[in-house]
Design a protein around this ligand. Structure first.
Ligand SMILES: C[S@@+](CC[C@H](N)C(=O)[O-])C[C@H]1O[C@@H](n2cnc3c(N)ncnc32)[C@H](O)[C@@H]1O
Ligand SMILES: [Zn+2]
Length: 281
């Protein structure tokens, strides 16, 4: 069976169709589907030097931490906002694209939320530049189209997406504007000023205040803004280490602080996340 998709060929920008084993365009470019169901659409020129995106260890830690439910309250708020934003959508199917989707926690929970509300006409896509992330994501849900690709070269057709999610991930507003339908929405989640403050205080004596993040300047109008704020208590050593390991702090912390963190049995820290919904101008 051959299916239409909203992916575009990274070589020639023609639509990609999905066959049994490959995605292909009308110019004869083909991309194999991996056994986890994802496709690699990242061209060598689409990354900088080195291995792109988060490492396998960071991704594994993030998956284990998120699956324990510590960020579920944030995910639930996000899901309600997406549902509220899209419920009046008239199109045959609702197309949702998660840019920098990581290991797929948020988009797969969003799909479940729509299903729970009897909305099944979904066409969902997720990309991440990290192959390890997309391998995990593909394992989570075979009905979501996952691809290894960069948010700076999005392999999605112009004017095709109802809603873009960008959660703690890099964004390219020009690309996002290109792929959104005229009525399309961009939903950005980014750390608020107090996000993980106690963790940062533990690791660095005087942590920097997190400045304004997640605001989109050009080509979009802000429709809605919510700050999700609560605290989490983690009383499992492995979970505490996973939280540390999934953040950028794991790359910028000295061994002493890291070793001290490993001895703690219980830790309480803040979750403080801004969610902003934008409409394409
Ligand atoms: C902090 S993680 C957030 C992942 C996921 N959205 C979540 O919240 O669980 C940032 C993600 O962006 C990905 N990333 C980094 N550069 C990227 C790029 N140019 N294009 C797409 N994804 C990128 C990383 O590999 C990583 O998975
Ligand atoms: Zn092509």
């Amino acid at each position: 069976m051959v299916n239409k998709t909203l992916f575009q060929c990274p070589n020639c920008a023609k639509p990609l169709k999905r066959g049994h084993k490959q995605y292909f365009c009308s110019n004869g470019h083909c991309f194999d589907i991996a056994k986890q169901g994802y496709v690699n659409l990242l061209l060598p020129g689409h990354t900088g030097t080195g291995k792109p995106g988060d490492t396998k260890e960071m991704i594994r830690s993030r998956r284990e931490f998120l699956d324990k439910g510590y960020y579920q309250e944030f995910s639930d708020t996000l899901n309600n906002m997406v549902l509220e934003t899209l419920k009046t959508e008239q199109s045959d199917s609702i197309s949702i694209f998660d840019a920098g989707c990581g290991e797929g926690y948020y988009i797969s929970r969003l799909k479940q939320k729509f299903f729970d509300n009897n909305i099944n006409n979904l066409d969902m896509y997720g990309i991440d530049v990290s192959k390890s992330a997309i391998q995990y994501a593909g394992g989570r849900d075979k009905d979501i189209h996952f691809a290894v690709a960069s948010s700076y070269h999005v392999p999605i057709l112009a004017n095709s997406i109802d809603c873009i999610l960008c959660i703690f991930a890099p964004r390219d507003e020009k690309e996002f504007k290109r792929i959104l339908k005229p009525s399309g929405k961009l939903i950005v989640a980014a750390p608020g000023p107090k996000h993980l403050y106690s963790l940062r205080k533990f690791l660095y004596d005087s942590p920097d205040v997190i400045g304004q993040k997640g605001t989109v300047e050009e080509g979009f109008n802000l429709l809605l803004h919510k700050l999700v704020s609560y605290s989490i208590t983690i009383n499992d050593k492995e979970d505490i280490f996973n939280l540390f390991n999934m953040t950028p702090y794991s790359r910028h912390t000295d061994d002493d602080a890291e070793n001290k963190l490993k001895t703690i049995g219980e830790f309480t820290t803040e979750v403080d996340i801004n969610i902003r919904v934008y409409q394409k101008a």
